[in-house]
Write a protein that binds this ligand. Structure first.
Ligand SMILES: NC(=O)c1ccc[n+]([C@@H]2O[C@H](COP(=O)([O-])OP(=O)(O)OC[C@H]3O[C@@H](n4cnc5c(N)ncnc54)[C@H](O)[C@@H]3O)[C@@H](O)[C@H]2O)c1
Length: 245
């Protein structure tokens, strides 16, 4: 039980990396609150592990986030996985799409952390884990302009929070996955002109010749969420099957 009695909030928990992580955390003894905008899919996670509490929460909505945190006294870990992949280069990204990605990918992390941090500071201990991406300050990827830009900003966010609050017992780290087989990834494959070729291309770009499974990302999340990583802060943890070698 590597997370016994830890109170952990997981965002984007209805599917993919967030769901696998919420399940892994709960199986290691954490008291997990799984949040997402997709209430129906959140119900599924409850049926997989009834100990998990669920709450419908839009991580970009200030009022919703404040009301959510107002009901929670103690937070040990915030695991934030909300993110959106916009397809296209700079000239394919109009003003609305630009602001939408900033809102989902960066503002949500700011809002979830800004509201949780005072509760963590009160007890001089807290741990924030943010899901960024290898497509960020680490690697430029074709047709991922605003995604890569916002994920690079998240890497800066993690360094900044880690530096500012290190003396207050707060840790903040990022996970930078390569390509992970999740429902939204499958959606991106299906949206391509030739889905079978797109699937092959996604797999080929991973040096290991396969995609990651969400559970593999959850294993890294488990380490970062646990006290085993107590000396680790401000780190950008690649888990990308050799994509950025
Ligand atoms: N799948 C990949 O290949 C991959 C690679 C690198 C990084 N990531 C990152 O991992 C994270 C999770 O991606 P995934 O592919 O596992 O998940 P996904 O895209 O399959 O699911 C995302 C979940 O986020 C929820 N969501 C969207 N907007 C929300 C909001 N405003 N508030 C609350 N919930 C919201 C959706 O309802 C959905 O359940 C994202 O930040 C993504 O950028 C994914």
């Amino acid at each position: 039980m590597r997370l016994e009695n830890k109170k952990i909030i997981v965002t984007a928990a209805a599917q993919g990396i967030g769901r696998a992580t919420a399940l892994k955390f709960a199986s290691e003894g954490a008291n997990v609150i799984a949040t997402d905008i997709n209430e129906q899919k959140l119900e599924e996670i409850k049926s997989l592990n009834p100990s998990i509490e669920i709450a419908k929460l839009d991580s970009t909505n200030k009022e919703e986030v404040e009301n959510f945190y107002a009901k929670i006294d103690n937070i040990d870990v915030l695991f934030h996985a909300v993110g959106f992949v916009h397809h296209g280069a700079l000239l394919d990204c109009d003003t609305d799409e630009f602001h939408n990605s900033i809102n989902i990918n960066i503002f949500s992390a700011y809002l979830m952390t800004h509201t949780a941090l005072p509760k963590m500071l009160k007890k001089k201990k807290g741990n924030i884990v943010i899901v960024s991406s290898a497509a960020s300050s680490v690697k430029g990827v074709p047709n991922r302009f605003i995604y890569t830009t916002t994920k690079a900003a998240l890497n800066g966010f993690v360094k900044s929070v880690a530096a500012d609050y290190i003396k207050d017992g707060i840790r903040c780290n990022a996970i930078l996955p390569g390509t992970v087989e999740t429902p939204s990834w499958e959606g991106r494959v299906q949206m391509a002109d030739d889905p079978e070729q797109a699937r092959k291309d996604f797999i080929a770009r991973q040096a290991m010749g396969r995609l990651a499974q969400p559970e593999e990302i959850a294993s890294m999340a488990l380490y970062l969420a646990s006290d085993e990583s107590d000396f680790v802060t401000g780190t950008l943890n690649l888990i990308d099957g050799g994509w950025t070698l």
